[in-house]
Design a binder for this molecule. Sequence first.
Ligand SMILES: *Cc1c(COP(=O)(O)O)cnc(C)c1O
Length: 500
Amino acid sequence: MSGREPGRNRRPERSHIVDYHTPDPVADPNSFRNIPSVEKVVQALAGDTFDLPRPIIIREVRQALGDLRQDLAKGKLDVDSMGFDDYAALCRDSIAKFSLTRIAPVINGTGVLIHTNLGRSPLGLEIGQRLQQIATSYCNVEIDLDAGERGPRAGFLESAIATLCQSDAATVVNNCAAALVLILKHLATEGKDEVIVSRGELVEIGGGFRVPEIMEASGAKLKEVGTTNKTRASDYENAATERTAMFLKVHRSNFSMEGFVESPTTEQLAALSRRLKVPFVEDLGSGAMVSTDGLAPIAHEPTPSELISRGVDLVCFSGDKLLGGPQAGIIAGRRDLVRGVKREPFYRAVRPDKLILAVLQETVSAYLHTSGTSAESLPDVPVVTMLSTSIATLRERANRIISDLPASLGFACTATDSIARCGGGTMPQSQIPSIALKLSLPEESLERFAHSLRVGSPGLVGYIDRGSFFIDIRTVFPHQDADVSKLIACSAHTVLGAKT
Ligand SMILES: *Cc1c(COP(=O)(O)O)cnc(C)c1O
């Protein structure tokens, strides 16, 4: 703490906006005296259970009172009608709002499995427990216990990933964007800096990830070939010169093109890259490890091992999309290229910490312990489990939640067919049949109900569609079902005054 304590004479942080000395055209300057001191409000709120450190409460109260002063100066606040309790209540509201920004568990009723705003992939319980053990202890992240000297970082993990991807070698960085920058930095060198990409793949993946901008950031020169809808292997061949550093293919993960569309097969490009001795890299984005079409009635998402077996030299993909692990960028492929990437100075700046490495190690191991896509042998990875849960099971759970609701909710709650999605820029066309709770609320209470659920404990995020509120069961963990009925009942009480 800086040692700044609130006091009667200390101006709140934003007080400079208010001029205390010239009479305000709207508010009587004497009115400012009605606004209580930070200290008094903090004392009055001491009984509230915010579970927040006192310095944070002081800061928030100071801010809230400063905002009130500004409102007063602008004539937006009627101080004559306000007593101390009103000020305290306003401060309490703003602290409550602020505490909602603290990262905490949320129930995902959106039906979007890999929801970037909700932290993408959750971890399995067993993996979470392993993480806890490693996180709360020292660990052998960079020591060779056998030899008693410094050892390679993530040696086990790199081998495990290579095994899973059936590649010569692999390594891990902070995210897929970093993986791509690193690959570009390594392969695009002075005098050999052109990267050939199809115009159909110069996409924005979301969250500011634009392929052309990533290229620029890495110092590579973008050489566009083909057109938005059609690119052929001959386009790559005609564009290749002695300045060509690599062919880059970007998996169209967040949009699809239909109709008059053509692009070379992976095999065609791989053959060309071998003939011209130009490395062939594919940014895969999602990195599914089991056949998605075996898990749900959706399309097949190419796996890293499939691409590598078709002749791609390097692939990169995210750790927290369909793989279902922590945020990470995985690079797999040719040993000499992976080694080169790891020697880049920039590699040190984007290497993950031990916790990420540990979680990824356990996630990859969970896949290696299982094989195939039969229901019995799926890894304990929530996105995989959620993707493969049957409609019958979802319907059963939805009905149980409904039967747990109080009789007098004030609106109908039914189980209905819905569509879940992969999300996170993964398989945009894929519609996963699902089951949702449909809450037929009065139109005017919809937004307030949705808000009430979001700010509940835990928060629950669903969606409004055609005048009803929906909670998709596919993305709710079974152990959260009881919470879902409690939270619905609680919001029905808060918003509609229903008896619970
Ligand atoms: C999601 C995605 C990325 C970005 O991955 P992050 O791990 O979020 O950095 C890059 N490329 C493709 C094709 C993607 O789908």
